[in-house]
Each structure stands twice: as C-alpha cells, then as structure tokens.
Design a protein around this ligand. Structure first.
Ligand code: F6R
Length: 315
C-alpha cells in the first residue's frame, strides 16, 4: 500500500494524460451532480470547491429532484459495482448527459460515456485516477479552472518534505486525531479522516472552519479525552481564518496536542493535493505504528457481501 501511495505523483501524471471525447454539449450545462461513495466520492468533493456553477455530490441511493437535462451527471465508482452509485445512475441516466468514471463493473456496462481507469488498486489508493480525469473533463468544459500541471509539479518537487511531515504526524500523534480545514481543506480534512479510518483502522474526526467555531469550539471547555488536533493551514488563508486558527491553537493546546501543517504550492488546488498526500502517507505510517495492515477493508467488504446476499435472497 505504501508503495502505491508513494506513486501518487506518477499516477497523477499518467491519469492526466488519459484521453477521452464525448458527444456532450457542455455549453448547455448549468449544474454538475456527481454520485459516488467513499474513496470515489472524495474526488468530487475536492473539485466542487473550484466549480463556477452549482456542484452537488450525492452519497445516497437517489439524486435530488432538481436533476434536469441541463445537469451534467457524473457517476464515479472505482469498482463500478457500488449499489448506491448504481442506483443513482439508473435514476439519472435518461434525464441528463452523463459520464462514468470507473474500472468497469456494472457501471461500465450501463454507461454510454465511460472514462475507463486502471484496475487492481484499492479505490482510495486510486485517487489520482478518480480525480485527475474528472478534473480534466470539468476543465475542458470550463466548469472549473485549476492548474493540474502545477499540482503535479508540487507533488514531484515536495516529495521529501511531504514524507517527512507524514512521518512526524504519525510519530507524534496520541489518541484520536481531529482534523481541521477551511475552504477546499474541509474536503481534505475529510479525506484525512477517511484514510485514518480505512488504513490505520482508527477513529478520527474532521471539522470545517469557520463552522466548527460555532459549536465544536465549546467542547474544549469540558474535554477530557486524549486527542491530537491537526490543522491543515495555508499561508494564503486570509486574516480572519488565521486569527481563528491561532485562537484555536492557544485554546486547544491546553488540553491536546496540536500539529499545524502548512501546504506548499502557489494555488489552492496544488496546496490541496499537497495536504492530501501528506494525510495519505501519514495514515499508512500510522497503520505501521499500530501494527495493522493498511490495505484490506474487511468490514466494508463484509457489509457489501451481506447487502448483496440480502438482495439475492429477496429477489
Ligand atoms: C476502499 C474505499 C471505499 C470505496 C467505497 C466505494 O478502498 O476507499 O471507501 O471507495 O466503498 O466503492 P467504489 O469506489 O468501488 O465505488
């Protein structure tokens, strides 16, 4: 798993070179809706922060009712067999132009427009293939405006720094990690949480600024648990957010360990990729430290199997 995750910069470059062409009139598109779950959905979450038009990420069995013919519907599922995504896709397919991003599976069979990505990875470790082709599609359609080349350059040139930071996080962490982010880093904080859950097999929680300042902040008045707060910061975060983070650090450090990480990169997408990669690596180092195997997701697979047995026996 560590070897695969370390290849994220190379995978991102390979994914960016993938080519596709669809007969969709993007000038008519007024909103984007992406259906997906877990390691597949997070790619859309991240890109939603850069969209110039309404962008909805659906993690459920049905799309919301405002889906219409001006919606670009993207179904993203690494396996192509995730039941929530398939259910959304079959409800949306006839109503609007669609694209599927998948290795194949049922989704690959059902969709007309498919971006086929390489198989053989855990979905969460295939984030480059799930994210970069979607970003390329949306950039070409002028829906987002992100510098994908620069993001890859940052991933390549900051490799050592990211490794070092990830090791430091895994070595210094005690108790439950609480991860905080603002703007696109809200989605990156969620990714960190998911990666600690799935790779290190541990609980973790993510929080978004400024919202958490209106609720979670107060929990520190009575907090007794052992925890590590990880702040995903940017030098460009702006005065108001800087003041909030600085305030939080001074309060939280009275009761917990606080780790602040600043991302490299001249634009917000590159900085998001930087922070994401640090988190991915940290979760694997944390798995090593805890003596657990990062790759298998036995309980997730057991539930998927239970659900499919259930649908077989009830049909
Ligand atoms: C497993 C992982 C999961 C899956 C999720 C949806 O590595 O990250 O969160 O991504 O169960 O499955 P797919 O991505 O195949 O649609």
């Amino acid at each position: 798993m560590l070897d695969v995750v370390r290849k994220f910069p190379e995978q991102a470059r390979e994914a960016l070179e993938m080519d596709f062409e669809f007969d969709i009139d993007f000038s008519r598109i007024r909103r984007v809706m992406v259906a997906g779950m877990g390691g597949s959905a997070i790619s859309a979450d991240i890109l939603s922060h850069f969209s110039k038009i309404p962008f909805h990420v659906v993690r459920d069995y049905a799309p919301p009712p405002f889906l219409d013919e001006k919606t670009l519907f993207i179904a993203v599922s690494y396996s192509g067999n995730t039941e929530e995504t398939l259910s959304c896709f079959s409800l949306a397919k006839e109503k609007c132009p669609h694209v599927a991003i998948t290795t194949g599976g049922k989704l690959g069979e059902m969709a007309e427009n498919v971006i086929k990505i390489p198989s053989g990875f855990q979905p969460r470790a295939a984030i480059a293939y799930l994210l970069f082709p979607m970003a390329k599609l949306l950039s070409r359609a002028s829906i987002i405006d992100v510098d994908l080349e620069n993001a890859i350059y940052i991933l390549e040139s900051e490799r050592e720094k990211m490794e070092e930071t990830a090791r430091m996080v895994a070595n210094e962490m005690t108790g439950i990690p609480l991860i905080y982010g603002y703007g696109v880093m809200q989605s990156i904080a969620r990714r960190w949480r998911q990666q600690f859950n799935e790779n290190a097999k541990m609980h973790a929680f993510d929080f978004m600024l400024p919202e958490c300042n209106h609720n979670e902040l107060e929990a520190w008045e009575g907090s007794r648990e052992k925890m590590t707060c990880i702040f995903l910061r940017e030098r460009e975060e702006g005065e108001r957010i800087k003041t909030r983070f600085d305030f939080m650090r001074e309060e939280y450090k009275k009761r917990a360990k606080v780790i602040e990480i600043y991302a490299a990169g001249k634009d917000s997408f590159s900085r998001a990729m930087y922070h994401m990669h640090v988190g991915d690596l940290a979760s694997i180092y944390m798995a090593e430290r805890r003596g657990v195997e990062a790759e298998p997701v036995n309980l997730i697979m057991k539930l998927k199997e239970t659900l499919s047995q259930h649908s077989r026996s009830s049909s």
